[in-house]
Design a protein around this ligand. Structure first.
Ligand code: BEZ
Ligand code: FE
Length: 313
């Protein structure tokens, strides 16, 4: 196909034709769709050269804002709803399996392991909160070999990594192994709502869209177990004023729970509390690891049957 007489409509098929010899069918599908949508977008809004230049500069600055602690591109994906769309496409929940939601940038590797019943927020100011969860399969059986990684914000809406004066100390986070009934319990403080970082291009986008940057209060859970899909989720605090307008579209109704407030008295771990405290109960239901799709299984079976057999000797 000659590309010397292209016009604003034929340019799209000319670009697609250039990739026709690409080896990977999946690559061709993804890049083809991307080009089609990109061109349709430019045609639909009649993109001006100034707007194109602004977009290039925006993406350049987004990249420049990234380092080993800050990922502005993921934040962009989060605030545009792309991360949540991806979660929905890749982790469809069935029945009572716990829904997944965004991972977020505040998870840390090498979080210390705690004994059941520990306080993961020792010395941190905030309303005490006693958490009691279970990790089971959809038949109600405790999931064997599970690891529960939890992290959350403090009373001022900051994660430990945002407290520079803490010099990297890990607080309001911990890793637990459930007991033989699939139960995990620990003490911490009540998390509060907080803004996503707004000092970069994403902040600029939110402002231009007249959107607030807030996320409703939540606790993060990352639960892994052999033979099960990794579960990345939150439990949100019912009654939070941002539940319906989460900046990253991460709230699912099934993940909202009341963190009830109790009068001073004996806490679930037997501690005599002289001030009010909260509790949180949640039952996580893990989903068995993805089985091969019917089509993939058929394809694999066909391959096996057409593979030349080694002759028996
Ligand atoms: C978080 O929940 O920690 C989070 C998720 C997405 C963007 C920013 C923060
Ligand atoms: Fe968070």
């Amino acid at each position: 196909m000659s590309t010397q007489d292209l016009n604003e409509d034929t340019i799209t098929s000319a670009v697609l034709a250039r990739a026709r010899r690409a080896k990977s069918a999946r690559f061709k599908k993804v890049i083809g769709s991307l080009v089609r949508h990109l061109h349709d977008f430019a045609r639909e809004v009649e993109l001006t050269e100034e707007e194109w230049a602004y977009g290039i500069d925006f993406l350049t600055r987004t990249g420049q804002k990234c380092d080993d602690k800050r990922q502005e591109f993921i934040l962009l994906s989060d605030t545009l709803g792309l991360s949540t769309l991806l979660t929905q496409l890749n982790h469809r929940s069935h029945g009572d399996e716990t829904e997944q939601t965004v991972w977020g940038p505040f998870h840390r590797l090498k979080t210390p392991r705690f004994r059941l019943g520990s306080n993961i927020s020792e010395g941190v100011r905030g309303a005490p909160c006693f958490v009691n969860i279970t990790v089971r399969d959809s038949a109600g059986k405790p999931v064997k070999g599970a690891t529960v990684d939890v992290w959350h914000s403090d009373d001022d809406g900051f994660y430990d990594v945002q407290h520079q004066e803490w010099n990297g100390a890990m607080r309001m986070r911990g890793v637990f192994k459930p007991d033989t009934d699939g139960r995990v319990w620990f003490r911490t403080i009540l998390p509060t709502a907080y803004p996503v970082p707004t000092d970069g291009p994403v902040g600029e986008l939110l402002k231009a869209s007249a959107r607030h940057p807030m996320r409703p209060a939540h606790m993060h859970f990352l639960i892994e177990a052999p033979g099960y899909d990794r579960l990345v989720t939150h439990v949100f605090n019912n009654g939070d004023k941002y539940l319906d307008s989460d900046a990253v579209f991460g709230v699912r109704k099934s993940l909202v729970r009341t963190y009830p407030k109790h009068k001073p008295g004996i806490a679930p771990d037997g501690t005599r509390m002289t001030k009010p405290y909260h509790t949180l109960d949640f039952d996580f239901v893990m989903r068995p690891a993805k089985r091969a799709t019917k089509r993939a299984t058929k394809r694999a079976a066909k391959k096996r049957s057409t593979k030349p057999r080694k002759s028996a000797s």
